[in-house]
Each structure stands twice: as C-alpha cells, then as structure tokens.
Ligand binder design. Structure first.
Ligand SMILES: C[S@@+](CC[C@H](N)C(=O)[O-])C[C@H]1O[C@@H](n2cnc3c(N)ncnc32)[C@H](O)[C@@H]1O
Length: 333
C-alpha cells in the first residue's frame, strides 16, 4: 500500500483474533501533523482504544522526536513519507492493543528512559516505591563499605540500573530466568553507563549466584517477581495478556509460588541485618509477610502503600535473634 500521497485505499488491519477489519478511514493524502493525528485518532477510536488522540500524539511526537506540544504549535508541518509509513504501522500495532511503550520502545522509570520490547515487562510506577525504599535504607549503612544487592527477576533492568545509579557503593547482581530479558537489561545498563556495577546472571532464582561467592554477604535481596495466579490470566487487560511476557506475570495457581521460593532461601544468602524487599500484588502483603515470618529469622515486616492505598512493598530485616512471631507495621521507611 502506498503512502506517498497518491493512495486513497482503505487500510486493512488484522486483529489478534484474526478478524480482518477493513478500515474505511483513508490515509490522508497530505501528510501534515494535524491530518495524521486526526486520521489515527479516528482509527484508534474505532478500535475502542481508551485515549485515541493522546496515543496518536504520543506515537507521532516520538517519531518526530519532538514534544507533544510541538504538534499543536506546528499543526501544518508536512511529515515526510518514511515517517508517515512508520506512523501508519505504529497505529496499526496500537489498534491491535500493543502497548505504547513497546511501540515506541521506551518506558520511563525513576525519571530515566528505558528501552523496552516484548521480551520484558513494562516497568510500572509502583516499582519506584521499592527502589526509593532501598535507596533510603542504604543511606543508613556505613559509608565506606560496598553494598551487595541481588535483584531477582531483573526484567528490563529498571530496578538494578536505578539502584546502581543512586547508590554509589552498590555492587549489583541482576538475575532472570529469561536470557531475552537479560539482553534487554544489558542494553539499559549500557545506556545508563552502569555496566561496571551490575553483574547479569541467567537462571532460576538464586541458582546462578551459586558460583559467585556471596553466600551470607547480601545486604538487600530485592524482587518484583511475577505475582498473578494462572487462574487470573484471562482477566487481564488485552495489552498485558497478549503482549507482556507470560513468565513475567504468572506465578503458579496461588500467585505466591515465586515469593515462597525466594523466601525459603533468604536465610542462606542474606547477611545478618540484611533486608528482603518485595513488590507484591493487591491483598498479598500480609500473606507474603507471614511467609517471611515463617522462616523464623525476621522480626518485623514493614509495608509501603502505593498511590491507590494498596500495600505494595513489603520489607523485612534479618535479625540475629530468632523470632517466632512477626509483627506488621505500616509505612515505616
Ligand atoms: C514482574 S517481572 C519484573 C521485571 C522488572 N524487575 C520490573 O520490576 O519491571 C518478573 C521477572 O522475573 C523473571 N522470572 C520469572 N520466573 C523467574 C525465576 N524462576 N527465576 C528468575 N527470574 C524469574 C521474569 O522473566 C521477569 O523478567
């Protein structure tokens, strides 16, 4: 199909359900900014995308390397054919519910830009609470010594990279069972000049750490593990269900499988007074805290609530004395 200004043919989009929809909206002959945005908003609206105009503007401004406001200040600016074709393809993807972040290969996290594609989970704002908590706790540690941090399930590397950037003495081990995810994490570590502070290891939970020699030497075990049950999978938004990696989302039938596997091993790996810091799903904070308490080596669990008042982060500190009952506290960090 031609996009060089001579075509008025309808654009055909194949949806994930294999229903081929012929879109009556024709691609504008003149590729001005406002024509393209109008065309794309119309297409996305027909595909029931929640914010059709906003999404169209985000995609076009990304392709034009300008701010969204630039689309309003220069609505008549002509867009070259090559960019218009890229825009058309991107809009077709969005109509198939591909998340914007995968289309633009870009996600923001802790005010930094991360490369993302369908090999990794898109970083979520809630995960910033985990990073902020670890940064704060690290500031209570003696200045001079190295702070050893293990990030289990590193995904795009968002946690590992932002901790490396914000904690001078950090030595970070980022593990993931997916080699594809680690490839993306390395792209991001390089992008932010943090390759020398992070060691990337592929494998199941703690297994890849076995040859590294950090048993009982870890200050922080952090993880935003998969925490959705397999039964819930079909209830997820199409953007998530059809495009984000299954292994990044689902954790057994009870949703707690990964927490259990990590918690069982914390005592071996964590140094005395070291911390375990988890992001958890809705209604999981108390359950996860009880699992932590069950190990007998943590005295208290602290929670941090997210912007929707959901207990989102669970923190516990390994105690030298053994305790049988864990007490639960809110928002201490
Ligand atoms: C929810 S994503 C989190 C990604 C990233 N840390 C973030 O916060 O956006 C969970 C990650 O755990 C990884 N994962 C799943 N099972 C694992 C396992 N058994 N061992 C290590 N990593 C695992 C997935 O590949 C995925 O990258």
């Amino acid at each position: 199909m031609s996009f060089n200004g001579t075509s008025n043919l309808p654009i055909s989009i194949t949806l994930v359900e294999n229903i081929s929809i012929s879109l009556k909206s024709t691609f504008p002959e003149k590729h001005s900014v406002s024509d393209l945005v109008r065309w794309a908003s119309n297409i996305l609206q027909k595909h029931n995308i929640d914010s059709p105009r906003l999404d169209a503007e985000i995609i076009l401004s990304h392709l034009l390397s300008c701010k969204r406001i630039g689309l309003y200040t220069h609505p008549d600016k002509p867009v070259d054919n090559a960019t218009a074709i890229l825009f058309k393809n991107a809009i077709q993807k969005r109509a198939r519910r591909v998340p914007l972040q995968y289309i633009n290969n870009l996600a923001n996290f802790m005010s930094l830009e991360f490369y993302v594609d369908e090999r990794v989970l898109i970083p979520r704002p809630e995960t910033e609470l985990l990073v902020e908590a670890v940064i704060k706790l690290s500031q209570t540690m003696p200045d001079k010594r190295e702070i050893v941090i293990v990030d289990i399930g590193a995904g795009s590397g968002n946690i590992a990279v932002t901790l490396a950037k914000n904690i001078d003495k950090a030595r970070i081990f980022a593990t993931d069972i997916s080699p594809d995810a680690l490839a993306v994490a390395k792209i991001n570590a390089q992008k932010h000049n943090m390759l020398d502070k992070i060691t990337f290891l592929c494998g199941d939970t703690f297994q890849p750490l076995e040859k590294v020699g950090i048993e009982s030497k870890i200050d922080f075990i952090v993880s935003n593990p998969p925490y959705i049950s397999s039964n819930e999978f079909n209830t997820l938004q199409k953007e998530v269900k059809d495009h984000e990696p299954y292994a990044a989302l689902i954790s057994g039938q009870d949703s707690l499988q990964m927490f259990k596997r990590i918690i069982t091993n914390t005592n071996i790996w964590l140094k005395p007074n070291g911390y375990i810091v988890f992001e958890v799903g809705e209604n999981q904070a108390v359950k996860v805290s009880r699992l932590i308490g069950g190990t007998g080596c943590f005295k208290k669990a602290y929670f941090i609530k997210d912007y929707q008042q959901i207990r989102r982060i669970v923190i516990a500190r390994k105690e030298e004395t053994f305790w049988t009952k864990l007490s639960l506290r809110e928002d201490i960090v």
